[in-house]
Design a protein around this ligand. Structure first.
Ligand SMILES: [Zn+2]
Ligand SMILES: [Zn+2]
Length: 409
């Protein structure tokens, strides 16, 4: 090796005409494994980058080789899903991924396109069959071209939120049974914004409300999931289980127009949280209009005011009782009384009889048709259980009283 090294040094010295110091540097660089400016390093980096690029290309190409049931997967349905299940899945996803949807994740328009493609292929009976068998549809592009404007499809279908005329009777029946708005006395007097869970019938989004009609028109076909057996057999190493097919519920046949979502009613029940504006002073039996934001329908809630233990209402006037003691009735004074909107203060003359009424102007119910008064009825409460001291005092009082009011014999 020493011989080789000395030869190499001699060659370098001759070729490069280096001085001793330069020679030493070059020689050192050949000795260390990776010199600082290894001449091939740049090439190497380039090669590495290209390799990475080609790897990426390979990966994306692999992604394009989609699984055979890709369209089922993107809709999140099973291969044996019924047309209605596919439709239901599509409408749920389309609402989420539609580019115009309010909460649609950004840059998801491609996803939406794929969802729509899957939907169009799988809801077409012949295309679906082709896809099931081949894992692809031959004239897919030209077939999908018919649906070039997915927005139209989506928005048209989405008008299904409006309740069909055929179900309006049901709706009225349903809402009239539930349109009572229970309020406490004070809630009705003061008015409030009340949260209501409004339940309403909506045209089924899966079948577009058509399943009741369509289900009678189409013939049942053998169930895809159980192949018309009606039962599913699950075999494992240790046991075999037989279950009723959950697709056809053991009926062996399915009607492809059957709608699982609405069970062929054409409508589904939906609940929406709404805020009812209850005006102050609303009366028992009065109607409060509420707009359903989903259907743009106006529903009237009939107010049911619970009676109060304290207050009574006559028009816009409020009546309430105030109990006072004997001494308070005799001596008079200022009393605090509970009002509708605030605490009221009443001055009582000395020597007030029981059931004396006192009207406080403008402290009744403030409704749209004016403000009423608060009428207080003072009632003297006669004590029944006296303490020894109270009894002595009352007896002392009695001795001083004249029997002036007694009728002479
Ligand atoms: Zn339906
Ligand atoms: Zn079945």
């Amino acid at each position: 090796m020493d011989v080789l090294n000395s030869i190499r040094r001699a060659i370098l010295q001759n070729f490069l005409k280096l001085n001793k110091l330069q020679l030493a540097t070059v020689a050192y660089q050949f000795k260390v494994e990776r010199p600082v400016y290894y001449p091939d390093r740049q090439n190497e980096m380039q090669r590495f980058n290209e390799q990475q690029k080609s790897q990426l290309v390979a990966e994306t190409q692999e992604k394009k080789k989609l699984p055979r049931d890709y369209y089922y997967k993107i809709l999140g349905v099973k291969r044996h899903a019924s047309t209605q299940q596919i439709k239901a899945a599509y409408y749920t996803l389309a609402k989420r991924f539609h580019p115009d949807a309010a909460n649609s994740p950004p840059h998801e328009s491609k996803r939406f396109q794929e969802i729509s493609n899957a939907y169009h292929i799988l809801t077409d009976e012949s295309k679906r069959m082709e896809y099931d068998q081949l894992g692809m549809v031959k004239d897919e592009q030209s077939f999908l071209h018919k649906f070039t404007n997915p927005d139209n499809v989506f928005t048209n279908r989405n008008r299904g939120d409006v309740v069909l005329p055929t179900t309006r009777e049901d709706l009225i029946k349903m809402t009239s049974g539930e349109s009572r708005l229970e309020l406490t006395f004070l809630e009705a007097a003061q008015g409030l914004k009340k949260n209501i869970d409004l339940r309403f019938l909506k045209k089924c989004p899966a079948c577009n409300g058509k399943s009741p009609q369509l289900v009678n028109r189409s013939k049942p076909e053998l169930c895809r999931k159980c192949q018309g057996v009606g039962k599913l057999t699950k075999k494992t190493a240790t046991y075999t289980s037989i279950q009723v097919c959950d697709q056809c519920h053991g009926k062996r046949y399915v009607n492809r127009n059957e709608c699982d979502m609405c069970e062929n009613r054409g409508v589904v029940l939906e609940t929406v949280r709404i805020v009812a504006q209850v005006p102050p002073g609303v009366k028992h039996g009065e109607l409060v209009p509420v707009d359903n934001p989903k259907t743009k329908q106006r529903i009237h809630y009939r107010v049911q005011v619970q009676p109060s233990d304290i207050f009574q209402r006559v028009g816009n006037n409020v009546l309430s009782d105030k109990y006072i003691t004997i001494s308070e009735a005799v001596l008079g004074g200022t009393f605090k009384v509970r009002g509708i909107y605030e605490e009221l203060e009443v001055k009582l003359e000395p020597g007030t009889e029981s059931h004396t009424t006192h009207t406080i102007k403008g402290k009744g119910i403030r409704s749209r048709d004016g403000t009423g008064d608060h009428i207080i009825n003072f009632k003297i409460r006669i004590p029944r259980n006296l303490s020894m001291k109270q009894r002595q005092l009352i007896m002392a009082l009695a001795k001083t009283e004249e029997h002036a009011f007694e009728r002479p014999f």
